[in-house]
Design a binder for this molecule. Sequence first.
Ligand code: PLP
Ligand code: COI
Length: 354
Amino acid sequence: METKMMNIKIEKAKTSKINQVDFNNLAFGNVFTDHMLVCDYKEGSWKVPEIIPYQPISLDPSAKIFHYGQSIFEGMKAYKDEKGDVFLFRPTDNCKRLNISAKRMAIPEIPEDYFMEGLMALLKLEKDWIPQTPGSSLYIRPFIFASGTGFHASPADEYKFIIAFAPSGAYFSGKVKVLIEEKYSRSANGGVGFAKAGGNYAGQFYPTQLALEKGYNQVIWTDDNTHEYIEEAGAMNIFVRINDTLLTAPTSDRILDGITRKSILKIAQDEGIAVEERKITVAEIIEAANNGSLKEMFGAGTAAVISPISTFGFRDVDYDLPELSDNYATMLKNRITDIQYNRAEDKFGWRVKL
Ligand code: PLP
Ligand code: COI
């Protein structure tokens, strides 16, 4: 992608950590590259971003991020093909969603050219960190938080936009066991569930811990009003296959509008699969599990890619999903990753080359 550079200053790291990394055994999101992009919002405007060595940030103890949680983020990936060319997947959608989150959290929106040019400049510098090992990629974490100070409960006057990179492997190792949650809620009507706000994740940790203690990997959230409808999981949207129809909950102000979700819907339709975006009741999933028409459930997200669900739990009963050889999850995962890693034609125009 062409960028009309806006003179991003680059301070290079004195030494690189790259030789300390085992690219064949990458976990998710715990190794960071040599540099990061930092952009400050002060006196009513975003300043020119800078690239500096990856390092800790110093903040005033009264910075509003600590007290009032003004913090949003995105999750995206860079992929390297066999020739070493680098690609992003629908990156401007992440920028648009970051700004949707920003608006809801009273954070100033980041101009798209700052986001894209900053990201491209950092990616050029860190190209060697993008793994080529199968199933691995460079996880990209753009985020904005309130660095402005004061205990007054009102939006900060200063913010930081940072992009950090983490070469990463799979988010889940193996199949996922989920618990359908009826007591706690992730989000509510009129709330911030559609935003990628840090607090949405903090609020999930305790109920998810309780699920982990029972042997599950994730919670499937239900609507806060009746707890009768499934919504999404902690870090992914949820798909259900009943007979040959693929179902997913419609987005709302309680659900994150996942980029993987909407890509999967397009690919499934392109494959001639019957797709329905509609409210899905827990009762119909249980009925389908009992009468054999529930064929598959899987989660979809940038970090999780497509993660098949092996079992779901509800009211102390576990329901195992069948293992189909011609399952949608594998086919859809192959199709989306073939586009992401430049192994297939990009008929929807989603790929952006560095
Ligand atoms: N839902 C939640 C709560 C998430 O955190 C994510 C991850 O980003 C998703 C869904 C999937 O969204 P995307 O496909 O854009 O990564
Ligand atoms: C992503 O899929 O990129 C996410 O943001 C999920 C994250 C909570 C790990």
